[in-house]
Write a protein that binds this ligand. Structure first.
Ligand SMILES: Nc1ncnc2c1ncn2[C@@H]1O[C@H](COP(=O)(O)OP(=O)(O)OP(=O)(O)O)[C@@H](O)[C@H]1O
Ligand SMILES: [Mg+2]
Length: 123
């Protein structure tokens, strides 16, 4: 079984579209997107969101989770950094996790085969 990795990207909500398209372009097939609130290391500093300055700690962010096997983790990281970096506070964070197993419920397939695109009829 090939290595399965989850990449979690937390970034600015207005970057969702460009990130989605860039990930699709490198072959990322599945993702989960959540609207979240968060703060990072710079919690004492002021970030601007939609023109308003926030001095409170929690800012609206999006979290994009993708679990990959065939697409190289490095490609996902490089792509995310390329499209998300503005150089301003709050560009976001990326966390990388090893995944122990994956199950495709419809077929019962487990492991790398569960996230590899062998059949497009169920999309
Ligand atoms: N250590 C962490 N644990 C969990 N989530 C985090 C952590 N650091 C950042 N995040 C999440 O990532 C989002 C973006 O973080 P952010 O880019 O502000 O990090 P930072 O370290 O403060 O960097 P910057 O100096 O560029 O602002 C946060 O709002 C939060 O949701
Ligand atoms: Mg910050």
């Amino acid at each position: 079984m090939r290595k399965i990795t989850k990449i979690e990207i937390i970034t600015r909500p207005e970057k969702l579209e460009v990130l989605k398209q860039a990930l699709h372009a490198i072959g990322v097939a599945g993702m989960t997107v959540s609207q979240v609130f968060g703060c990072g290391l710079t919690k004492g500093h002021t970030e601007v969101y939609r023109g308003a300055e926030y001095s409170i700690n929690l800012l609206p962010k999006i979290k994009v989770e993708t679990v990959v096997c065939e697409v190289p983790v490095e490609a996902v990281l490089e792509t995310a950094k390329r499209v998300l970096r503005t150089g301003q506070l709050g560009d976001g964070k990326i966390f990388v996790y090893p995944i122990e197993n994956a199950v495709r419920i419809r077929t019962g397939e487990e492991g790398d085969i569960a996230i590899i695109d062998t059949d497009t009829s169920g999309k």
